[in-house]
Design a protein around this ligand. Sequence first.
Ligand code: AMP
Ligand code: GLY
Length: 422
Amino acid sequence: MEKIDILLLGAGGREHALLKKLSESPRAGKLYVAPGNGGMLQIAEQVPVNQDSPEDVANWALENGIGLVVIGPEAPLVVGVADAVRSKGIACFGPNADAARMEGSKEFAKQVMARANVPTAAYQSFTDREACEAYVRSLGGPCVIKADGLAAGKGVIVAQDTQEALRGVSLCFEGEFGDAGKTVVVEEMLEGPECSLLALTDGTTVVPLATSQDHKRAYDGDKGPNTGGMGVYSPVPMVSDEELAIMTDVMNRTVAQLAKDGIKYSGCLYGGFMLTKDGPKVLEFNARFGDPETQVVLPRMHADLVEVFLACDNGTLADVDIAWGNDWAVSVVLASNGYPGSYETGKHITGIDDAAALEGITVYHAGTKLDGEDVLTAGGRVLDVTAVAPTFAEARTRAYAACDLIEFEGKQFRTDIGARAL
Ligand code: AMP
Ligand code: GLY
């Protein structure tokens, strides 16, 4: 079997999980990362490539005989890194810029959803501040204010009343989110538990992966500020077969609508759903794998990830086997004290190897760096401690036992990940 060299872009727990799964493929040759993190650099070589520069990535990949470029985060996708790589005749995992607008513009995603007749919150979009404020006042109650473009996960204000909504509108139009806030989407507020459904697609075939549920608030009991995600589990037992069928249909219909519009979506399409009384509705689409969802979905997936990613690129996804076990996965994020606000870095981390030696445990690095043999904290979310087990309760117990073995100054984590599902 011919081995191919792979370049993976990104530096989070999601990318460490992708890298590890890619490394397990018999097709994987040399592995390169840009920029990578402490854990990724233990199994791959770091290369001096600017992940957000289409030219830089494509040229380096060509000069170094790379056979597959895998793009982790959204920013390179939105600026067209995948387009540049493909233009050199190199296989790429991740959508081209036109398709990545599903994440890069909330207004665009809403328009696609309307054409595809996909259930989502009612909305209006505005480029004029006064018209936006007048609309918010006319609603006279809760609503959700969203900056149209990429805002590093910060451009959504879930407003309980008109005052809060107007403050959100001000933030957008006063430039808090840069150009991302020049267009503002105002949405109906939906209620219910959230559920993520990632789907792989080559533009025609759509393969939904297992369901997962993120915990976005910083502290136990869903208190505190929103974060990038503090923990996650898979699958989500509260999702009924009927709800799953609707969510699957949404993913299929969305990819088919894009194809009808002349846009080929190839890569991972992330559907963020709210399970409302009236059925699942889409909160957002992302053009990439979720973080930390990937850290519980990939360990449960039985597939050759190199083969799967190549098939997404070349349109043969229907021929690839992807199977799932009956196991459960729980992942707990260990964060730096102060996250998602300001925090210190450079703290020594101990106990990772002891934790990883426990049955069913994988410790994915997020914000870490290497200092010789030592591992230091280098970000807000530091490690994702993931446990796989035959039962949900056992997966939770294992994950928290592993968390207790890892120490660093200021270690902060939620103790109730998955508690609701038990
Ligand atoms: P988004 O980036 O669009 O997913 O928004 C981030 C978070 O804001 C979601 O995970 C939800 O918790 C919340 N959210 C977004 N849209 C809505 C909505 N229409 N109703 C209620 N909550 C929402
Ligand atoms: N877990 C949320 C995201 O990846 O956007």
